[in-house]
Design a protein around this ligand. Structure first.
Ligand code: AMP
Length: 423
């Protein structure tokens, strides 16, 4: 069931006669720190338009800043909720409605970007999505919300517009230009759909930058030495590994492989399964059948997982999660240790390394040929993941830039460099 997108070194399989770019030739990128205080205020932003979450950043006055939304959160869910009147809510508030109103809460639209209706990827999305995916003109994909059939770029545009508005509110000035990141494996159709989304959102897209390239830029690669780095990107719902060759002014993707259905949400599901099974064994009540109980389980499982990236154990407490036939209320209270969590998810982490094997093989390299490993994505905060990555790559991965924000920061650096170069 899992989608694989093995992409060959340099010459990628060309879908429907379209060539797929792997070489991201970028103009000489000026080090961000070279901007002086007198430099004109940069207004071009960098946007990481993710499957699960999105993030917006700006590089100015020698600093890269992630711009927080009005709730003070640096990342926002890439989720759009459509209310009865068609009004849309975007971000973490929309994500909170996913269980309550699944049919009109659009998650992971990025998986559908630039895809054909009859493609394997869309079939898989139809099987797991709670919203309606229908066929549009020329075998394109539409999402049915109330009476409308929306094109996928129109949905992603709402996420991008939210990012634009976050930036405008934070910077107190209009923003019209952006660098938007895309997975290295995106083909021409998917890239064009992302450009369209930017345009619909009222943004001039200065460039679509490969996500691993952005991560490498945020770590300051590309300033001198020729190096090879692996970018290990474990997100909420997808895993990507890319091997980059970095020269003084050229970033080349040697290979990129991934699994479009493997990420932190699978970790949450394992915890949910454990909690639901234990509860059923104890009380003969299936919490999964109750929409509201399931919503609480999901939130509790994700929060426990996040705690385990800093603490040795996480207390999971859900008061009044169910009611017995006799009318008594039941609560859930359990402590989850790191060891228990490791037993639940180790096989998922090991699966990422099979994909890494493939990427290295396609680049004709071994782990010893690499000069560094960069971590991207929320789940890479888990010590369990970091230790496994260190063991596989035989070196300590780079973790000093926030893995949720590193891609947006790289995009912002590139946006500022382009503006500075007057391009
Ligand atoms: P991303 O797509 O990179 O934003 O990653 C989103 C995923 O990261 C979600 O599954 C989150 O639950 C997960 N995540 C965020 N923060 C942490 C953390 N501190 N520890 C573990 N997982 C996290």
């Amino acid at each position: 069931q899992r989608a694989r997108f093995p992409i060959a070194k340099r010459a990628l399989p060309a879908p429907r006669g379209v060539s797929q770019p792997t070489t991201q030739r970028i103009r000489r990128v000026e080090p961000c720190t070279s901007y002086g205080v007198e430099a004109p205020m940069a207004t071009a932003i960098g946007i990481d338009l993710g499957t699960t979450n999105s993030c917006v950043a700006i590089a100015r006055r020698g600093r890269v800043e992630v711009l927080e939304n009005k709730y003070g959160e640096p990342i926002s869910a890439s989720v759009v909720h459509f209310g009865d009147g068609g009004a849309s809510l975007v971000g973490n508030q929309a994500k909170a409605l996913a269980v309550q109103d699944p049919e009109y809460t659009i998650t992971a639209a990025k998986r559908l970007m630039g895809r054909y209706f009859f493609s394997e990827e869309v079939k898989k999305a139809k099987a797991v999505c709670s919203y309606k995916i229908v066929e549009g003109p020329n075998h394109s994909v539409r999402v049915k919300v109330h009476e409308q059939a929306l094109a996928v770029p129109e949905i992603s545009a709402l996420v991008l517009r939210e990012m634009k508005e976050i930036a405008e509110a934070k910077l107190d000035q209009p923003v019209s230009q952006a660098v938007i990141t895309v997975p290295a494996y995106f083909n021409d159709n998917q890239r064009q759909a992302t450009r369209d989304a930017g345009r619909i959102a009222g943004l001039e897209v200065l460039r679509l930058l490969n996500e691993p390239t952005a991560a490498a830029l945020a770590y300051g690669f590309g300033k001198g030495l020729a190096q090879r780095v692996a970018v290990y990107d474990l997100g909420g719902g997808t895993f990507d590994i890319s091997i980059l060759e970095i020269g003084s002014d050229v970033f080349e993707v040697l290979s990129t492989c991934g699994d479009t259905y493997l990420g932190g949400e699978d970790f949450d599901d394992r915890v949910i399964d454990l909690l639901a099974e234990e509860f059923q064994a104890q009380h003969q009540i299936n919490l999964r059948k109750d929409r509201f109980a399931l919503e609480k389980l999901k939130a509790a499982a994700e929060s426990a997982k996040k705690s385990l990236s800093v603490d040795d154990e996480a207390r999971i407490q859900i008061p009044d999660v169910a009611t017995t036939p006799a009318g008594a209320t039941l609560s859930l209270d359990r402590t989850l240790t790191r060891a228990e969590f490791a037993a639940l998810v180790s096989d998922l982490i090991q699966r990422t390394f099979k994909v890494c094997d493939e990427a290295l093989q396609q680049a004709n390299l071994t782990v010893r040929d690499l000069d560094g490993v960069i971590l991207v994505g929320g789940p890479t905060r888990l010590p369990l993941v970091r230790e496994a990555v260190e063991q596989y790559f035989q070196r300590e991965p780079k973790t000093d830039v926030d893995p949720d924000q590193v891609v947006a920061m790289g995009a912002a650096i590139h946006a500022a460099a382009r503006q500075g170069a007057g391009s």
